[in-house]
Design a protein around this ligand. Structure first.
Ligand code: ZN
Ligand code: ZN
Length: 117
């Protein structure tokens, strides 16, 4: 697929620690090297990219090396790896409370005591 780099992103990292971690977490994938076609560099970052052959203007994260993260213009990358949304509201921000799956109200009162037996 074809992507283009978003340059000049000064977005600080998210709760995941780094954008590369963010990509691994939400793609369920991992890689040891840059996924630009023909590149095998290992100094990976989670690059902010957009789809180039689509009207989709959303921001995504994709694993690229430092050099390709500076690349301008269209970049051909592997189809085997997913684009992960860079929108924190769609990813890490909303998924903090894994333990709280049921929407019960009123449980937030005082410290809950765990019944044994
Ligand atoms: Zn994140
Ligand atoms: Zn590269």
């Amino acid at each position: 697929m074809k992507i283009k780099n978003i340059n000049g992103t000064s977005q600080t990292t998210c709760a995941c620690g780094s954008w590369l971690k963010h990509w691994e977490k939400f793609s369920g994938q991992s890689t040891n090297y840059c996924q630009a076609i023909g590149c095998t560099k290992k100094d990976l970052v989670g690059a902010h990219v957009q789809k180039s052959d689509s009207s989709d203007n959303k921001w995504y994260i994709y694993p690229l090396c430092n050099a390709h993260n500076q690349h301008t213009g269209v970049l051909e990358v592997s189809d085997s790896y997913k684009l992960v949304s860079a929108n924190k509201k769609e990813t890490c921000v909303n998924k903090n409370s894994v333990a709280n799956l049921s929407p019960t109200f009123g449980d937030l009162a005082s410290g809950a005591s765990v019944a044994q037996g």
